[in-house]
Design a protein around this ligand. Structure first.
Ligand SMILES: Cc1ncc(COP(=O)(O)O)c(C=O)c1O
Length: 376
């Protein structure tokens, strides 16, 4: 039996009745641009996360970019940051976390991760702060929240903004609060592989700040309150009505799906923690992990060999992320960072993610476990 990392068709078949009905309703009303489903989804997600405003945009990348542009407008009164403005983030993330900093005009500054959680280390963030630092982008990687309290304390002390990158953490919690409700503003992705996933690109911004919410609302519509009163340089980045309809049909299942992800993770951890070649992921214990990925560390340079072994046993795996951002050509000469960032570089050589979608069967879970156990 082949176990793919993700089987989107299986999820569609499981939710088919609700998804098809949602699409059929949209086909009947034909309000394609900012139609009623967009507003309904925004309201439901704002209530779920525990913020006053959620604004649907075209992708998670645009959510980061528009959030940054809104922060520049609010805090500096300028449309963009400038190259002297430094934004601290993790180099162990998807490129969008940093390329949006460049698009917004600022300079990314990379600080190292904690080896156990793979998330930005607040102590390293503190060391990276200079008089030029304007903000921090913590990424809740693999679905586990960063340690937010020390970051909030640093933000307060130095007057920095916190933009949470929640692309992988829909439904995750930190000390009883949902990720996305903790910093000044947050960016979510509904890319098809995410825990809450559209049938294409889609994203959302969440914030408690009415001014940031208004600015984002303007930026997603070319920069004006209406088409003929454009005030700032904006984008066409509205959340598509059809994607909102699909997300509304899937949204009632998110807590069950995330619970199932946690149960699969617990089964993997229990079975694999005795294997000497791998280290199972650490749960920091400050709130529910959303297990967007279940990521092992494979010791002694054996990651690729385990990957090949699992492939031969019919189990697909993936490496998130093989290239730390400070090593990427794009960032050369455009970021500030130490030449070598130890914990990140080690993680990039050791991580391996196993299949963890919620509709995996027990037989498939056992196959993943036994195939990993037989590697020696
Ligand atoms: C951590 C992180 N940030 C940002 C993004 C960008 O989201 P999108 O692909 O929806 O543009 C992604 C995912 O793709 C991500 O994993």
């Amino acid at each position: 039996m082949n176990i793919p990392l993700l089987d989107l068709l299986r999820e569609y078949q499981y939710l088919k009745t609700d998804v098809d009905a949602a699409i059929a309703r949209a086909l009947e009303h034909q309000h394609w641009i900012l139609g009623p489903e967009v507003q309904e989804l925004e309201e439901k997600i704002a209530a779920y996360i525990g913020v006053s405003h959620a604004i649907g945009v075209a992708s998670g990348t645009d959510a980061l970019l528009l959030a940054l542009r809104a922060l520049a407008l609010k805090r500096k009164g300028t449309e963009f940051f400038d190259r002297d403005d430094e934004i601290i983030t993790t180099p162990f993330t998807f490129v969008a976390t940093a390329d949006t900093i460049l698009h917004a005009g600022a300079t990314p500054v990379f600080a190292d991760i904690q080896p156990d959680t793979f998330n930005l280390d607040p102590k390293e963030v503190e060391k990276a702060i200079t008089p030029k630092t304007v903000g921090v982008i913590p990424v809740h990687l693999y679905g586990q929240s960063c340690d937010m309290d020390p970051l909030l304390a640093l933000a307060k002390k130095h007057g920095l903004f916190i933009l949470e990158d929640c692309a992988q953490s829909f439904g995750a919690e930190y000390k009883s609060r949902k990720t996305g409700s903790i910093g000044d503003i947050a960016a979510f992705s509904f890319f098809p592989s995410k825990n809450l996933a559209a049938f294409g690109d889609a994203g959302m911004i969440a914030t408690r700040d009415p001014q940031l919410a208004e600015l984002v609302g303007i930026l997603r519509k070319h920069g004006g309150k209406d088409k003929y009163n454009v005030e700032v340089l904006g984008y066409n980045s509205r959340l598509d009505t059809l994607q909102a309809a699909i997300l509304l049909a899937k949204f009632p299942h998110i807590d069950d799906f995330n619970r199932r992800r946690r149960a699969i993770a617990a089964a993997y951890t229990q079975a694999l923690s005795v294997c000497e070649t791998v280290a199972t992921p650490t749960e920091a214990g400050w709130g529910a992990h959303a297990y967007h990925q279940y990521t092992l560390r494979v010791r002694n340079g054996r990651r690729d060999s385990l990957m090949n072994h699992l492939k031969a046993a019919g189990v697909d795996t993936a490496v998130y992320y093989p290239v730390p951002l400070h090593k990427m050509k794009l960032l050369q000469g455009r970021c500030r960072s130490a030449k070598s960032i130890g914990n990140t570089e080690q993680a990039a050589m050791e991580v391996l993610s196993l299949p963890i979608e919620p509709l995996l069967t027990d037989t498939e879970i056992n196959q993943v476990i036994s195939s990993t156990q037989t590697y020696s």
